[in-house]
Design a protein around this ligand. Structure first.
Ligand code: ADP
Ligand code: MG
Ligand code: ZN
Length: 482
């Protein structure tokens, strides 16, 4: 074992070291070129590591290696790579350096972006810092939405912020996909698609993406200390050149390699994850089966079944087929149209999530909505925004929402001021050292009206009238002199 590997293993927990060793073994190119320093993230479909170049220890540059769970759907991986490659690298969207693949193991190599943790700074931010945070988030979303791509998982852990350098990076395109309306038009003009098995599919995907530089070209360019230039077929400056995400549908079968990986990884989480990814997928490669919800979401008004408007589900409704609509994302950040399973979702779902982040920042509470399921999430939204506005919004996208009792909308300004002045709930992370108390208090005693105007526009219950990222950047909150 090379010296640097054994050195690294001294400080890492056993399970993390086991995972790194597995990664080195299954993707030898990673161990040839990188020295993994630590694990920096673990999501549902991936593990992320911080690494340095092995053969050029003098190079300070660090990398984030995202190892995607081997049973992931190839179209998912393709989608994530395409987004990073075509959208990333500018306007606060993380870029990609290269992609390493061995059989069905895929490692996405990105520049490492040192960042702070949301829980650590949310209580310390001044209003002007919140403004800069929101401005930069909206710049990233404007960039993504120019390509008609829905990120789908906008939340603080996917929007990295470095308080020292004042830089931002939107990461994690694992759930991103094209806005469905556009996709339908494209699909109708498509020729017959043939099924391919996972490995063939992945080969093709990665061959098509051949313009991502290889590991050797990366080491060479780093050695010469010249910036790595990536030539993409679509000009980054031209938002009209839109990436086309694959839309093939099939149930993936585990290959021998992914099974071997799952066996080697003894952790129960791994096993669970590999099983989970083999569940039936919807058109976006996401699990679709959900329990029938008690919030009746029947389209149209005329309904003849026995349970309509009742706190029960009748046999007729039990037998109804589940409505298929994309619902991936994180419960507390899901928009009303996602929660109500509206099939025609747009980039507006990301704007709602940005609104939830803004609500967290203005109130100093994170997470703001702690929903365990979609019905609870809807109830929480109704509690804040009022049930009647939610009913009206639901109607606008062909859904019926019922709720008892009927909460009235809460004044967001009063709510945020109250929560801000209450003692912080997340005291553990709160350090008063870096806080200039006077400035801080002054900035929060009189939040401008423009902040709440923007908040209301982002948290518009109706996706059809919800503000876009581009429009939001023109709002008074960002343009007025303070
Ligand atoms: P997942 O799909 O598993 O959530 P992400 O892409 O969100 O994967 O990465 C998980 C975590 O890893 C992020 O929340 C972040 O903390 C860290 N991370 C991801 N990409 C980078 C990067 N380029 N630089 C630094 N940290 C990163
Ligand atoms: Mg993530
Ligand atoms: Zn019924």
């Amino acid at each position: 074992m090379p010296l640097n590997m054994s050195l690294a293993s001294k400080t890492l927990p056993i399970d993390v070291q086991e995972e790194i060793d597995c990664l080195y073994e299954f993707v030898p190119e990673v161990s040839q070129h990188f020295r993994i320093i630590e694990k920096i993230g673990e999501g549902t479909f991936s593990s992320v590591f911080r690494a340095k170049l092995k053969c050029h220890p003098q190079v300070e540059e660090q990398f984030a290696l995202k190892h995607i769970i081997p049973t992931s759907h190839p179209t998912r991986i393709e989608g994530e790579l395409r987004c990073l490659q075509q959208i990333g690298g500018c306007e606060n969207v993380i870029g990609v350096e290269l992609c390493i693949r061995n059989k069905d193991h895929v490692v996405i190599v990105m520049p490492y972006f040192a960042h702070d943790y949301f829980q650590d700074y949310i209580q310390e931010m001044t209003l002007s810092e919140v403004r800069e945070y929101m401005r930069n988030l909206l710049i990233a979303l404007r960039r993504v939405h120019q390509f008609d791509i829905i990120h789908r998982d906008v939340k603080p852990t996917n929007f990295l912020y470095n308080r020292t350098t004042k830089r931002f990076a939107l990461v994690d395109f694992g759930l991103a996909h094209e806005a469905p309306v556009l996709k339908k038009i494209k699909q109708s003009s498509k020729t017959v698609q043939k099924d391919l098995n996972d490995t063939d599919e992945l080969k093709k995907v990665l061959r098509d993406m051949g313009n991502i530089p290889s590991v050797s070209s990366l080491s060479q360019s780093v050695k010469k200390e010249t910036p790595i230039k990536k030539e993409t077929p679509l000009s980054k400056a031209d938002p009209k050149s839109k990436p086309v995400l694959a839309t093939k549908q099939y149930t993936p079968s585990p290959t021998l390699d992914s099974l071997a990986f799952t066996k080697r990884m003894k952790s129960p989480r791994r096993l669970l994850l590999s099983k989970r990814t083999l569940m039936i997928k919807d058109e976006h490669g996401l699990p679709t089966k959900t329990r029938p919800s008690t919030s009746s979401t029947k389209p149209g008004v005329g309904c003849t079944c026995q349970c309509f408007n009742q706190p029960m589900i009748c046999r007729m409704c039990m037998a109804r087929a589940n409505q298929i609509a994309p619902r991936a994302g994180t419960p507390g950040f899901r928009s009303p149209e996602v929660l109500l399973k509206c099939p025609d979702q747009s980039t507006a779902v990301d704007i709602w999530s940005a609104g939830v982040i803004f609500l967290s920042l203005l109130s100093g509470r994170y997470p703001f909505f702690r929903a365990v399921d979609d019905v609870t999430a809807l109830a929480q939204i109704a509690t804040i925004m009022g049930s009647d506005p939610l009913k009206t919004a639901a109607k606008s996208f062909g859904k019926q929402f019922m709720c008892s009792p009927n909460p009235q909308p809460v004044d967001l300004r009063t709510l945020c001021h109250k929560l801000r002045s209450a003692p912080p709930r997340i005291g553990k992370h709160h350090s008063s050292k870096t806080l200039n108390k006077e400035n801080f208090t002054r900035s929060w005693t009189n939040i401008p009206k423009s902040a709440f105007d923007l908040l209301h526009r982002l948290l518009d219950l109706n996706p059809g009238t919800r503000i876009t990222a581009e429009e939001a950047l023109e709002e008074a909150f960002f343009t007025e002199c303070i």
